[in-house]
Design a protein around this ligand. Structure first.
Ligand code: DC
Length: 221
């Protein structure tokens, strides 16, 4: 059976995951958040004190990452442990950004990402989905927003949690991760030539969801 594959790429904090999750629910697709896989590897690297490539690469064969979809929601398993609730801290974000620059780490996660796409109707979000993982996706979207807007959305999310960083720290963190993600040698963040740009700086959440859902319905007709 031919599956429908939608690629959503863009920088940190553009709202890819929450938008993709909501659109997927609406269409009955699976939402695959590939950032969660890099976050799980980052968590492993923190726990085992092996953030440097020379230490992490030899351990990759011990790092098993799986995705489970429970009621449509993705859970990420690291060596059999559900770590979904442990991978959203600023420390893990930065570790994920660092380990994702290691080509061997990307290679380690590539098969799993391709396999899920081959077997399901999916919206897959990340940085290199349209450019590397699913070059033949049925639709590619590059979702972005200004860095100040992305920082302010992230800050509002984090504000409720203990030890929340300041807005300035969140902005600096977002800019640092953008820089890492765009300037790494392997699979850098970039808009695929055939991707549709959606700039959400001045759009509300539901507006973006409706816009993307409509684009997908159009290609399904
Ligand atoms: O989307 P996110 O913030 O959860 O992603 C965490 C990190 O993983 C981010 O710094 C970039 C990296 N990443 C990547 O390099 N390629 C992907 N397909 C997804 C995420």
């Amino acid at each position: 059976m031919k599956t429908i594959n939608i690629a959503i790429d863009g920088p940190s904090g553009a709202g890819k995951s929450s938008i993709a999750r909501t659109v997927a629910e609406e269409l009955g697709f699976i939402h695959v958040d590939t950032g969660a896989m890099y976050r799980a590897v980052g968590l492993y690297a923190i726990r085992h004190d092996c953030l440097e490539p020379a230490q992490l690469i030899p351990q990759l064969e011990d790092i098993t990452i799986e995705l489970k979809f429970i009621g449509g929601a993705q859970r990420v398993m690291l060596c059999g442990e559900d770590v979904s609730d442990h991978i959203r801290t600023p420390e893990v974000s930065m570790a994920a950004s660092r380990v994702s620059a290691i080509p061997e780490v990307r290679e380690h996660l590539l098969d799993l990402q391709k396999r899920i796409a081959a077997e399901n109707n999916i919206l897959m979000d990340g940085r290199d989905i349209g450019s590397v993982i699913l070059p033949h996706a049925d639709l590619k979207i590059f979702l972005t927003a200004s860095d100040e807007e992305r920082a302010s959305r992230r800050y509002l999310e984090l504000r409720e949690k203990p030890g929340c960083p300041s807005y300035e720290e969140v902005l600096a963190d977002i800019r640092q991760r953008d820089d890492n993600d765009m300037h790494r040698a392997t699979a850098p963040l970039r808009q695929a030539e055939d991707a549709v740009l959606v700039d959400t700086t001045n759009m509300g959440f539901h507006e973006v969801v409706a816009h993307i859902t409509a684009m997908i319905r159009e290609i399904m007709d």
